[in-house]
Design a protein around this ligand. Structure first.
Ligand SMILES: Cc1ncc(COP(=O)(O)O)c(C=O)c1O
Length: 410
């Protein structure tokens, strides 16, 4: 039994994770969704549990994953093109909806071209690793998403520098120190940081990159992963570029699986860069694309986002998130202030986080506790995610439960 030795080692690792409180454990299984009705938003029923839950941990910020028009588009496209692509893109796995979605994404972002990946994780790994050569220095925010960390590991850059979270001065100092040591610099950051709802000063990032561009033979390239920004904030849902008023980022990466409610990832940039990604990114070349039906659904989601209806949804989402934030502060909770529908309630201890998540579940609320190593030690929190589909009644209920908990734990 050759696996026996390995299983002993693995059991030790799992037990360490459990002792530190970092074990994620068995995932709850959603067995059924009850559509919104009256004052109540959608309710989620878990396998082996009769309770109906309000979901406060969904990335489907606009509720589009449950939108009838999006679901209909997915069904109709599946009926036309089948359930799956059958092969990777270059071996005849490119369907009309893939090409159409890429065109629409490039127009939405006002960029020359777009490329789809099977997920945002693949988009980040595929794009970032293709833009980094062995003569490149990478500058990465200290709290960047795991996909960026692994993309950089995969790329083996000449130098890797981590700058303090959001600190553009610290980033600039590191750029100055790199002159003469590499040909190219790639600055890579999350757009909005999903654990905190904060975001970099993109205007300053781009101006620093422009100022020092001449100091490197192949220039300085800026890349953001705005998976939680696109479709979640900004008056028209163009995310962190819109919120900061800076559209000069060289490559913007995002997901189709959060605000757009479907699945998959993409990058937008200049046509030459996208052409190069199609030729060089292994995550694109050797892996199936999203299904044609997913592309059809994403086209519909994007059309909704890019319409008057989408703008109203965004404005209502912002109002609800602001209301929730204010309610938490009034009750005496510490939060990270912001304008994004991610609202982190800071508990700063693993034990306290686990206890409150369990209490919320008992009261019919699904929320996710973030613990080390997902967040730095001391930043343990519950990340609430407000969605367009939450009604005022739902949010008041969650606020009341949290107020009761606060009273009972003083
Ligand atoms: C910032 C960020 N980038 C990328 C991803 C990966 O997205 P996808 O599920 O499309 O791979 C996530 C997912 O949680 C994320 O938070």
């Amino acid at each position: 039994m050759p696996l026996e030795k390995l299983k002993t080692v693995i059991a030790g690792r799992l037990s360490l994770l459990e002792k530190s409180g970092a074990l994620k454990g068995a995932e709850p299984v959603i067995a059924r969704i009850k559509p919104a009705s009256g004052k109540k938003g959608p309710r989620f029923i878990l396998r082996g549990d009769k309770k109906e839950y309000i979901k406060m941990n969904s990335n489907s910020y606009l509720g589009l994953s449950l939108d009838r028009d999006v679901i209909k588009a997915e069904e109709e496209t599946a009926a036309k093109f089948g359930a799956g692509p059958g092969s990777v893109r270059f071996i005849n796995g490119t369907f009309k909806p893939h090409a159409e979605l890429e065109k629409k994404l490039s127009l939405f972002h006002g960029r020359e071209a777009a490329i789809l990946f099977s997920s945002a994780y693949a988009a980040v790994c595929g794009t970032v690793s293709s833009l980094i050569s062995d003569e490149t220095a990478v500058l990465s925010d200290a709290l960047n998403h795991n996909s960026i960390i692994n993309a950089v590991k995969l790329s083996k850059p000449k130098e890797k520098k981590i700058y303090e979270h959001l600190n553009m001065n610290s980033m600039e100092i590191q750029i100055k120190g790199l002159k003469g040591r590499c040909r190219r610099v790639v600055i890579v950051s999350d757009g909005v940081f999903s654990m905190r709802g904060d975001y970099p000063d993109l205007k300053r990032m781009v101006s620093v990159a422009k100022e020092h561009n001449g100091g490197f033979e192949e220039g300085i390239i800026t890349v953001i992963d705005d998976s939680h920004g696109i479709g979640a904030y900004g008056k028209t849902g163009r995310g962190t570029c819109e919120v900061t008023g800076e559209y000069g980022i060289d490559a913007v990466l995002s997901t189709l699986g959060k605000s757009l409610g479907v699945n998959g990832g993409y990058a937008v940039s200049d046509a030459k860069i996208i052409e190069y990604l199609r030729e060089s990114a292994p995550f694109y070349i050797y892996s199936n694309p999203i299904t044609p039906a997913e592309a059809g659904a994403a086209i519909k989601s994007l059309a909704i986002l890019n319409s008057g209806r989408g703008r109203k949804m965004l404005s209502s989402l912002k109002e609800t998130a602001d209301y929730f934030r204010e309610g938490l502060v009034e009750t005496g909770y510490e939060i990270i202030k912001g304008i994004h529908p991610v609202v982190p309630l800071m508990l700063r201890e693993t034990g306290k986080t686990i206890k409150l998540v369990a209490y919320l579940k008992e009261k019919g609320i699904l929320a996710t506790g973030l613990k080390y190593p997902v967040v730095p030690r001391g930043d343990e929190c519950i990340r609430f995610q407000v969605n367009f589909s939450h009604t005022r009644h739902d949010i008041d209920y969650v606020l009341n439960v949290l107020a009761e908990y606060k009273k009972s734990s003083v």
